[in-house]
Design a protein around this ligand. Structure first.
Ligand SMILES: Nc1nc2c(ncn2[C@@H]2O[C@H](COP(=O)(O)OP(=O)(O)O)[C@@H](O)[C@H]2O)c(=O)[nH]1
Ligand SMILES: [Mg+2]
Length: 327
């Protein structure tokens, strides 16, 4: 998980002031001269409140990773999901508040020490008031981080060491069916802010090689010229990630897209991705017009003929993927 639990300003202040009261109750006053007692108690309250609030804020800052040190894929992801700049701004706000609270703590502790005993409680109240106003100033930052936490809750887990295969092809050509056949466990579904349909990641392990296969519904299944800016950014992010593309044709055309359009989509994908492409002709079990199909088979390099739903040709795909990346 990227972001820890974020408290509200009220929770933060309540916790700080409550703990401060408790700590003050624990101050051993028996050996302190009487005129210093109230001062010691109020000073303890100020310092404890500041420390507790800062500790809680620091916990957040320590747990949120430095966005710039994340792989580019996640930076793009965060930027589209919540915005990298607002995120940095919110974290910057938290950082700022810690500095100010430290200052207030020191300032008021020394004022209390130098004040007459009957003024101590008043100064402590003043200190609490100022700490409250600092914490309230980061209210929007805390709210934003809580929003970001929800938004980033179901981020995909990408394995940056594995060979990454990205699946492309029009809707209903059999991408999901093939993903399931290729991978061992049920593919994991995660949020994907570039499209509304989420992302699916499946894994398979062969010999000493880890392969992850990614399906991005709504993205590599339609003409690139129709894409908006966010989708185009997703393409860039995928380009960074992909070692190889599996482009799936529906040889039977039962998906509703003629082979000619499917071939045009392949050309577009090849233009955008400098990544190698392995072409698959799926649903061969439904295909009888081989003459018609041959024109397209001949236009692509080394295609594999498969039937994803029946599992035919799936082991050949895996063999190809294994060779891949051994270079
Ligand atoms: N006959 C046949 N049907 C298939 C094959 N592969 C997928 N299908 C069917 O085609 C439809 C669309 O498949 P799906 O995997 O959801 O396509 P996606 O939209 O590309 O993910 C489903 O009804 C599948 O059962 C195949 O090899 N042969
Ligand atoms: Mg699908």
């Amino acid at each position: 998980m990227l972001i820890p639990t974020i408290p509200t300003t009220d929770e933060l202040l309540d916790k700080g002031f409550r703990r401060a009261k408790k700590a003050a109750g624990l101050v051993r006053t028996s050996k302190i001269p009487r005129y210093k007692k109230s001062k010691r108690i109020e000073e303890t309250r100020v310092i404890t409140a500041g420390q507790v609030i800062k500790d809680r804020i620091k916990l957040i800052l320590d747990r949120v990773p430095d966005i710039e040190s994340l792989p580019e894929f996640y930076q793009d992801y965060i930027d589209v999901a919540v915005g990298v700049d607002p995120m940095k701004q919110a974290l910057g706000g938290l950082n700022w508040s810690m500095g100010i609270i430290t200052q207030l703590e020191k300032d008021y502790a020394s004022r209390i020490r130098r004040s007459p005993p009957e003024k101590a409680a008043q100064l402590r109240k003043q200190a609490f008031g100022r700490v409250s106003s600092v914490v309230n100033k980061i209210g929007d930052d805390l709210n934003f981080l809580d929003f970001a936490k929800q938004k980033l809750r179901n981020m995909p887990t990408v394995d940056f060491d594995a060979t990454t295969v990205v699946i492309a092809g029009f809707p209903n050509v059999g991408k999901s069916t093939l993903l399931r056949k290729l991978t061992t466990a049920e593919p994991k579904v995660a949020d994907y802010p570039f499209t509304t349909k989420g992302i699916q990641i499946g894994h398979l392990e062969r010999k000493w090689k880890k392969i992850q296969i990614i399906d991005t519904p709504g993205l590599l299944d339609r003409p690139i010229k129709d894409m908006n800016n966010i989708e185009l950014r997703a393409m860039v992010a995928l380009e960074h990630l992909a070692d190889v593309i599996l482009f799936i044709f529906d040889a039977s055309e039962s998906c509703g897209y003629p082979l000619e359009s499917q071939f045009n989509l392949l050309k577009e994908v090849e233009k955008v991705f400098k990544t190698p492409v392995i072409c698959l002709f799926n649903k061969m079990d439904l295909t009888d017009n081989i003459k018609y199909l041959e024109q397209y088979i001949n236009k692509v390099e080394n295609p594999l003929m498969i039937s994803a739903s029946q599992g035919t040709g799936v082991s050949e795909i895996i063999e190809r993927l294994e060779e891949f990346g051994e270079r």
